[in-house]
Design a protein around this ligand. Sequence first.
Ligand code: NAD
Length: 283
Amino acid sequence: MKQVTVVGAGVMGKGIAYAFATAGYRVYLNDLNEEVLGKAKKEIHALLNNSVKRGFLEEQQCKAAERNLYFESDLSTAAKESDLVIEAVLERMDLKIKIFKQLDEICKPEAILATNTSTMSPTEIGAQTSRSHKVVAMHFFNPVHKMKLVEVIRGLETSDDTVNLIKEYTESLGKTAVEVNEFPGFVTSRMNCLIGNEAMNMLMEGVATAKDIDQAMKLGLNHPMGPLELADLVGLDTRLRNMEYLYATLGEKYRPCPLLTKYVKAGRLGKKSGKGFYDYETK
Ligand code: NAD
């Protein structure tokens, strides 16, 4: 049985662990924070049971996934035997590099090290390891159990073998890979961050309410979710970090909307904190 480690048990890490566990992999979910790991365990358990109830998963698959999932706060224990490690910690280059240096020491030489970054450079991360040919970005989407796309971003030194293996892993999860050459924000985040930022600017300028901006995009432009709803789902802190990186690398067009910065300063992080552009506590 192939073994996969997911580093970071936040919004994305939980979903990625669920996707691999239900596809028959042994999965170690790692986080520094024991409380976060405990919460992730409860949420994955609930999602597994709900998926059985709604007919998306067989009872057997659910039981096997529960058996094959390990929640482990020690990175070495979590990663040393794995064939693939996916990092899903905060969107901060210094943190990602620190973790990849550790993983390079801990992991088997043949293991692939992937980052779930939304915007950042797998080339820069890979260059800090002794295996840049085995470093790649594997960009999942939120919520992972529903979203079919994985963007596979090839760094300068990423080998064809690594890209092909990541595409095989993607297929084995029932998802579709799109290969992208490295450039800040890839295809999806570059486009999506701009749409979201424009919606935030409109809200700040008083063009329309959050609800009406989202409604207009859904009913008029056929977006399945409004840009402000989507930003709340992503997490406003994560979105702000994405915007800051795109602003630093691509320039003025990506200057983060001041309203986004203000919300993050206030602790309004979207769905995960209970309040963002919408209030989830009173719903
Ligand atoms: P999050 O804030 O929900 O979770 C990050 C987790 O990383 C936290 O649980 C934190 O405790 C943990 N962490 C921090 N340092 C760690 C360390 N040294 N070792 C282990 N765990 C550590 O963030 P998220 O929204 O899940 O985003 C994670 C990554 O995925 C980011 O790079 C983000 O850009 C990317 N991403 C996010 C989304 C989204 O919709 N939220 C979508 C695609 C990609």
